[in-house]
Design a protein around this ligand. Structure first.
Ligand code: FAD
Length: 384
């Protein structure tokens, strides 16, 4: 169940078994000079079926979208043994319901995915990676718009990190780079190009000069080598480990419309301060996609489970209320499962939840596929 079935360099697609490890699929695409534009921390162990089940996003959603946007075809087995076989590599296929999309983000509740066809892209051969030290109160959405526009949309990654998150990562690294953070945090931005004719570094320098002129960034560095680039990315990727070493964190995987990011940060900051002024935060995330990991650090020496229970039954709901009021969600990329089902019931549209329930019943009438995840089990009197 982990075979690479076919790479089609002309259709720019790859057909795989759902058990294939993401990294192996990336490597098979790269061997054909192509990119599977799905990259996440778990890529060495997670499988394509799991990426589909969670609608995984990762680092380059700002350019290529989530797993949902990469899926061209699917093969799946339903709970009664029916095989849904639609392993076509078509970009255009207006022939009825898009059944494959039902499985994306379904968390294993509708059937077992056994195969997938994924969209590929030209392999980038040039990268320009910038470490942007933000001025206090720098408008993230406007900065993102500037970088996208002035780079003719070659932006592939746009990650935000607060000074606290960077410090936590640096403490957990053997050789942290001495890049530091601006008063308003840092953005790690990357442009990529599959063309050797573009002066990507020159373009990035011009974009950064304009951002400095606008007063939104205090200073910026451009990675001068592969190892400098890796060191910058290592900071971003080591934040979860840094939080763990300190005593862990209560995670909030918030998503809000880009236009409301700054408002969310302001409102949530005041909520945290009035809840408990001594709480410390680690805030970072794929801001290019409107996704913030708004994590409350567990104070050293405090019982993690008790603290988590206290925060989740109080402050977390205030933060989710704020995200919801701004048109956002309590789960950008971590899914729902069983633990967050009550949040879906609290914040989800009633009609949408009823439609989900009907889809679940149509695909899995006996409720044997990951029962209880995302939607309430049958027969307990709830429409959700
Ligand atoms: C270090 C780390 C970094 C991460 N970074 C990101 C990130 O940046 N962005 C992001 O979106 N996510 C991220 N994740 C979460 C990520 O989405 C999942 O880890 C990964 O996609 C799940 O793949 P898996 O093979 O581990 O699936 P599992 O954990 O085994 O399963 C995940 C879900 O998919 C369902 N599922 C699994 N296989 C199938 C199948 N064949 N058919 C139907 N359903 C199936 C399961 O029932 C389950 O509900 C990260 C996780 C880790 C550990």
């Amino acid at each position: 169940m982990d075979r690479i079935r076919e790479v089609d360099p002309v259709a720019m697609s790859i057909s795989v078994d759902a058990g294939a490890i993401l990294k192996n699929v990336q490597d098979a695409a790269a061997t054909a000079g192509l990119l599977l534009p799905l990259s996440l921390g778990a890529e060495g162990s997670c499988r394509i079926g799991g990426n589909i089940g969670t609608n995984a996003g990762g680092l380059s959603v700002v350019k290529y979208g989530m797993t949902r946007d990469l899926l061209l075809g699917i093969e799946a087995v339903l709970s009664d043994g029916t095989v849904v076989s639609d392993m076509r590599k078509l970009r255009k296929n207006n022939t009825g319901y898009d059944i494959k999309q039902c499985f994306v983000g379904s968390e294993g509740t509708l059937g077992i995915v056994t195969g997938a066809v994924l969209r590929l892209a030209p392999l980038p051969i040039r990268r320009a990676t910038g470490w942007l030290k933000l001025a206090m109160g720098a408008p993230l959405a406007e900065l993102l718009t500037l970088v996208r526009r002035e780079s003719t949309d070659l932006l592939t990654m746009f990650e935000f990190m607060t000074a606290r998150s960077i410090a936590l990562a640096s403490e957990a690294m053997t050789n942290p780079p001495s890049v530091g953070a601006g008063a308003g945090g840092t953005v790690l931005a990357e442009l990529t190009s599959s063309s050797r004719h573009l002066d990507l570094d020159g373009l990035m320098e011009a974009v950064l000069a304009e951002a400095i002129e606008s007063g939104w960034i205090e200073d910026a560095f451009l990675a001068q080598s592969g190892s400098q680039r890796s060191a910058m990315w290592e900071v971003r990727e080591t934040i979860p480990e840094g939080e763990k070493r300190r005593n862990g964190s209560v995670k909030h995987d918030i998503s809000v419309p880009l236009s409301s990011i700054q408002r969310f940060l302001d409102l949530a900051g005041s909520q945290v301060r009035s809840y408990d002024a001594d709480l410390e935060l680690s805030v970072y995330g794929h801001v290019g996609d409107g996704n913030l990991h708004y994590n409350v650090l567990v104070p050293p020496g405090v019982d993690r489970i008790e603290f988590t229970k206290r925060i989740e039954s109080g402050l977390s709901l205030q933060l989710y209320d704020t995200a919801a009021a701004l048109g956002g969600t309590f789960s950008a990329e971590h899914g729902v499962g069983r633990f967050k089902r009550h949040l879906l019931e609290r914040y989800g549209d009633v009609g949408r939840i009823a439609a989900m329930r009907r889809i679940k019943t149509a695909f899995d009438p006996a409720d044997i596929m990951n029962a209880g995840a995302m939607v309430r089990p049958l027969g307990n009197g709830s429409a959700s």
